[in-house]
Design a protein around this ligand. Structure first.
Ligand code: ADE
Length: 231
């Protein structure tokens, strides 16, 4: 898979993509992540990428030309399955969307900024608008990093244990059960006896019960019939 990110602040991605699992995934060539500075596509000698809004509101608006040029340049090289725009008024990102995106070959993520971007970009150049939650960030960069992280860890081979993404919270509309490690007794706080029993059937049954119990308590909305996401 290849992910191209268009941003005004490429430096914001240096940390998240150069550590831990994302770093290893890139090194193992399971994913290619390319971060492009929109400013490099500016048609203006001052490398301007924003301008005053028509109709005279406060704040600056991202111009269409540099973004058009950036997307066109990328699309000349390869076909893209999706051009995604990060914005707080987009469709809410969730595990199902992450699963779907992780099956695609090539995607572009355009990070929103400032007051907004010229509406014609949204109308003509974007396939899907995505929000990572009901709060407003200073820009779309952190949203793009969050989405990239959630997508990349689902690509086969990225996680060491192939099954571990499948047992994630949310993957089957259930939160994960509690986990424990040594010591089995810490100051009298004990690991549930059943986990030490060696009876795999019983252990699996216990994990499922705990997952259901936790989901009922913390996220009953996930158990709602109309909210299962299963068609
Ligand atoms: N840009 C600003 N806030 C955002 C959010 N919550 N999700 C996606 N992009 C954003």
């Amino acid at each position: 898979m290849r992910i191209d990110i268009l941003t005004l602040f490429p430096g914001m991605f240096e940390g998240p993509f150069s550590e831990s699992i994302l770093k290893r995934a890139t090194e193992k060539k399971l994913v290619e992540i390319h971060v492009h500075n929109i400013r490099d596509y500016s048609t203006d000698k001052h490398r301007r990428v924003d301008d005053y809004p028509f109709g005279g509101d406060a704040g600056m608006v991202m111009m269409i030309e540099p973004i058009y040029k950036a997307i066109k340049t990328l699309k000349k090289e390869r076909a893209y399955d999706r051009v995604i725009f990060t914005t707080p008024d987009g469709e809410l990102f969730d595990q199902k969307m992450a699963n779907y995106f992780s099956t695609l070959q090539n995607i572009i993520i355009l990070c929103g900024h400032y007051k907004g971007i010229d509406q014609r970009i949204r109308d003509h150049l974007i396939d899907q608008e995505v929000s990572i939650g009901n709060y407003v960030l200073t820009g779309g960069e952190l949203a793009a990093a969050v989405m990239t992280d959630a997508i990349v860890r689902l690509i086969p081979g990225v996680l060491h244990d192939e099954t571990s993404a499948l047992t994630d919270s949310f993957q089957d509309d259930l939160l994960s059960p509690p986990v424990y490690t040594r010591p089995c007794n810490f100051k009298g706080w004990r690991v549930p006896e059943i986990l030490l029993s060696g009876d795999d059937g019983k252990i699996q049954q216990w994990k499922l019960e705990k997952a259901i119990e936790r989901t009922k308590k913390r996220r009953p909305d996930l158990l709602d019939e109309e909210n299962t996401g299963k068609d």
